[in-house]
Write a protein that binds this ligand. Sequence first.
Ligand SMILES: C[S@@+](CC[C@H](N)C(=O)[O-])C[C@H]1O[C@@H](n2cnc3c(N)ncnc32)[C@H](O)[C@@H]1O
Length: 263
Amino acid sequence: MTSRLPDGYFRSPTVARVQDHLDGGTDNYTSDRDFTHDLFAAAPWLPASVRVNRAHGPRVLNCLTREYNIDQVIDLGCGLPHDDNRYLPDEVRRMVYVDSDPGVEAHARMALAERHGTASLRADLEDMPALLAAGPIARLDHGRPIGVLLHDVLPWISDETAHTALAALRSWLPPGSVLSVTHATTDTAPKAMASLTRLYAKAGIGFRPRSGQQIRDLLRSWTPLEADGPVTTASWRHPSRLHPHWDPSHAYAILASPGDRTS
Ligand SMILES: C[S@@+](CC[C@H](N)C(=O)[O-])C[C@H]1O[C@@H](n2cnc3c(N)ncnc32)[C@H](O)[C@@H]1O
């Protein structure tokens, strides 16, 4: 795919730029800021939730490198550059940033994929054969485990695409690979999530926060790597689970392995 921005790209909000504005970034436009204003009115915890999700990235990268000896990672739906997705432990030798948003690719090429061993790619989870065959991904060492970050991306794609993409990924990943997912949930703030879903729909963006059970169903072929099941993102590896009242995640964090691919 080329990185030419489509006509009208700046006139309507995009998920990546809205996230950027919610986290105090500057890579956003009037359309994103106006829209974010409405989102914030419906869910005042949204900036804190975005912050928790973004801060999860470095924690997972440290875990993948140090506990699972993974040194090649794909950040699927990486979003616009920010301090947390710029973080790369020294142990990571190859990193591929992937996003379907052409504006993200342009920024990622300049501000994320600037280090030796990193690359950025515009590709869509709707077309996994093309995504997995693209140069930077095809050039990863398929004889060794690969880490995949899928942080706050599944809520933006349909059940069908999510199932297809996860199945393609699972059969493609080498043994020992690890998938990290974060996913917005309807379990903790159902009314606000319903309002956000309606607002996004008006802007032409499908937002699908899912229940814990629906998220488990999406990942049912994968082997969970942590015994205590999905925990909220802020509670992940926290010494004690946060009381829901103090937990701004409104999302779950899961680590899973592709497991036995004969099943
Ligand atoms: C909410 S942002 C999350 C960004 C980053 N992963 C994080 O956790 O901060 C979701 C990202 O997924 C990307 N995305 C949405 N649908 C996608 C698809 N079908 N294929 C690839 N990327 C997609 C969006 O462009 C956006 O940058």
